[in-house]
Ligand binder design. Sequence first.
Ligand code: SF4
Length: 326
Amino acid sequence: MNKNYWLSLSKQVINGYRLSKEEALSILTSPDNEIEYLLEAAEEIRYHFFGNKVRIHVLKNAKSGKCPEDCKFCSQSIRFNTAIPTYDLETIEEIVSSAEKAYENGAYTYCIVTATRGPNTKVLQTVTKAAEIIKQKYPTKKICASLGLLKEGQAEKLKESGVDRYNHNLESSESFYSNVCTTHSWQDRLKTVLRAKKAGLEICCGGIIGMGEEIVDRVYLALSLSKLNVESIPVNFLDPRPGTPLDTLPLVEEEVALKTLILFRFTNPKADIRASAGREKVFNKRRTDIIKVATSIFSSGYLTTCGNPIEKDIDNLTKSGFEIVV
Ligand code: SF4
């Protein structure tokens, strides 16, 4: 395809056109010498809907490790021999104090995460109480919760407490998911996303690239998220964690990772797409291209791995002409 083809497709997307599976796949199969055209076209979409704005998200691992689930990519599962720090649920005060630090340092979204199959009463009470306090102090900032599979009624409690958004990733295509997890299904995950949506929560839902899936699985994930109209999409690149069953897989190649971000932008033009875990390892010479497609980043590290300090990320972004939304 030539430059005009991709630019014309981006214009159609801006005007409401939704890509077919074949068109979406053609982004991933395009030759590397077209990547500059693709990038320019994706940038058009990004700037049309978001201008030069960037949002910073900070994660809070409020309960680490000992998760009963068997997600093969995750170092927090109790089933794998991983050397991560494990701790029980933090107190309300600890969760609130980390929120204060995150927002004061420039974060727009603070995401409270627990390594759990789903929230029990204690987790739900602690997180909702913390959210109430945080929302009172920072009414214009976003609070996201990521507590696992939700039962009937739990999403409503989170919404009432001031939580704005629920994160629950579909991770990959439906057909591939059973290769990386057996303790719950892709449909279980979808059910939770729908429950959160029904309760009026915004949805943060994305996945992980590089778990051994085919490229078409990435397309199916992107199209599923488009169908769900999710507000926020974390795109993670597998950072193989020692001790997990996927620890021998290679990192995704940089050009492949960039094309994948472009795929998500073309298929989910209005979503806040976030280059997430793995970005620091996967991207090298194309590091500055990430944010031409994505609209937010996680800063200050991930759940069990380190990332860039928030000051460094803010400095790099503002020097490159982006405006940080606070
Ligand atoms: S449910 Fe979440 S924390 Fe638990 S093993 Fe799976 S990804 Fe890890």
